[in-house]
Design a protein around this ligand. Structure first.
Ligand SMILES: Cc1ncc(COP(=O)(O)O)c(C=O)c1O
Length: 466
């Protein structure tokens, strides 16, 4: 059958070239040649369709699973091509399809490059570059404040994105955003100090401030972020916080952003009442449309320490972040860091610096924003279709999360347990409050989950509420 197919193919216009070679070798080679090409084009085409936004239901892991078949196809095509070339080069080059094959091979190569760069090839190439250049700084201890080149790159990026460049003594590199919070706590908090957070807020921050025996209390939020007017009332009633911790952009876990008006009022309150604002900008660069409101630090660099992270923009594996704030505060953070890890990863600092200088971080962000926007849209549509009446949720404009408010009486701790049994990961809302509120809420995260699984996940969650 195989040979009869080969013979049939041999008579098709695809093989005009080889008609005079009617023996068994050439038809066999032709079959393998074109089958290999079809395999290669098929796999390359799948990557193309994914790049163009089609085939979203097929997880990328499945598409990547076909990569070895592209290699098989390529090998078949190459091997048989060599046989043609050796046995009859004149005819091979006269063939009208040879340039087509080269074009397809190029397309496949570019596809592979695009996908592979997105999956860490660039980082691997950079490490090789550092090693080949004998770059000692990447492999040694770094200064506690951070490598000069990396600080320069981060300062430049902050200037471009926030309109103000931190001076040399207003910036230090940390081991992730969480370390910036930890250093602030270590430098400023004593037992019993009051810390105000948004309710709900990032669990890591609550744990970090509590680690210094601070009294952590929450001020509520609405769809415009922290209710700063409520904070103002509490301050008027005698609340005296030492620190206020806020995540103004695409908040974790609520998915909302602080309005411009409230940002300005908040920094004014900090100046009036003499507390320090710790502004966590973990999701600031992940607005779906790329825009952002003025950062609190840019509005009031005298009363704000900003904590940043590369975990959501580069990758979390490098454990890198930064703190920006008044020089005298940064000096304290640097001395606190001397007895924690002494310096953030030099290798990670160099990687991030190069990602910034070569424009790769912007490329990556463009892709990330589009991906998260799509996933979020899909999740919101699934919520709309499936959730029972009385359920409300936030419509995020960026970041990783939406915040679900369930009908009265739903025990979300129990719901989360049952959801996990059905393969759906959600986080019960009470974990994000310092005082056990949030029992009727859950955090939904759309960032990591495979796009193709979002519909099923929400359907299963809704079925537990029915
Ligand atoms: C608001 C917020 N800040 C900080 C962090 C921690 O970032 P890093 O990985 O840099 O420690 C997270 C991580 O989830 C976060 O959500």
């Amino acid at each position: 059958m195989f040979l009869s197919f080969a013979t049939w193919l041999h008579r098709t216009p695809l093989s005009l070239l080889f008609q005079e070679n009617a023996g068994w070798l050439w038809p066999l080679c032709e079959t393998l040649h074109f089958a290999g090409l079809a395999l290669l084009i098929g796999v390359a085409g799948m990557f193309d369709l994914r790049l163009l936004g089609f085939m979203r239901r097929v997880p990328i892991s499945v598409v990547k699973g076909f990569m070895p078949w592209a290699l098989v196809g390529f090998s078949m095509n190459l091997l048989t091509g060599v046989i043609f070339l050796i046995t009859n080069p004149g005819q091979y080059f006269a063939n009208y399809t040879w340039w087509l094959k080269v074009a397809f091979l190029l397309i496949a190569g570019v596809n592979a490059l695009v996908f592979e760069t997105a999956y860490g090839k660039r980082a691997a190439a950079l490490l090789q570059e550092f090693a080949a250049a004998g770059e000692v700084s990447a492999f040694q201890y770094a200064p506690t404040q951070g490598l000069a080149g990396t600080r320069d790159a981060i300062a430049g990026r902050i200037e471009a994105l926030q309109g103000r460049r931190p001076a040399d003594d207003e910036l230090l590199i940390t081991s992730g955003g969480i370390e910036a919070l930890e250093l602030v706590g270590k430098s400023f908090l004593d037992r019993g100090d009051r810390v105000v957070v948004e309710g709900p807020t990032y669990l890591g921050a609550i744990q970090s401030f509590r680690g210094f025996e601070a009294e952590v209390g929450a001020v509520p939020m609405d769809e415009h972020g922290l209710e700063v007017e409520e904070l103002e009332r509490r301050l008027a009633d005698g609340l005296r916080p030492k620190l206020l911790y806020a995540i103004p952009d695409h908040q974790n876990p609520a998915g909302v952003s602080l309005s411009d008006e409230r940002r300005r009022l908040l920094v004014e309150l900090a100046r009036r009442h003499g507390f320090l604002i710790v502004e966590d900008v973990a999701y600031r660069e992940l607005g779906f449309d790329g825009d952002a409101l003025p950062s609190l630090w840019s509005l009031a660099p005298d009363v704000v320490v900003q904590a940043g992270t590369t975990s959501k923009t580069l990758f979390p594996g490098v454990r890198l972040g930064w703190a920006v704030g008044p020089a005298e505060i940064c000096a304290q953070l640097v001395s606190a860091k001397q007895t924690t890890d002494q310096c953030a990863t030099a290798l990670g600092q160099r990687l991030f610096e190069e990602y910034v200088r070569r424009g790769w971080i912007e490329e990556q962000l463009t892709q990330s924003r589009a991906l998260y926007r799509r996933k979020c849209g899909r999740m919101l549509a699934a919520l709309e279709r499936n959730m029972p009446a009385g359920t409300r949720w936030i419509q995020p404009q960026g970041g990783f999360f939406s915040w679900l408010t369930l009908p009265d009486g739903t025990d979300t701790v129990e719901l989360a347990r049952r959801a996990v049994e059905r393969g759906v990961g959600i986080v019960p809302g009470s974990l994000f409050y310092p005082d056990g509120r949030g029992t009727g809420n859950v955090r939904l995260s759309f960032s990591l989950v495979d796009e193709a699984l979002i519909d099923t996940g929400i359907e299963r969650l809704a079925s537990l509420l029915a």
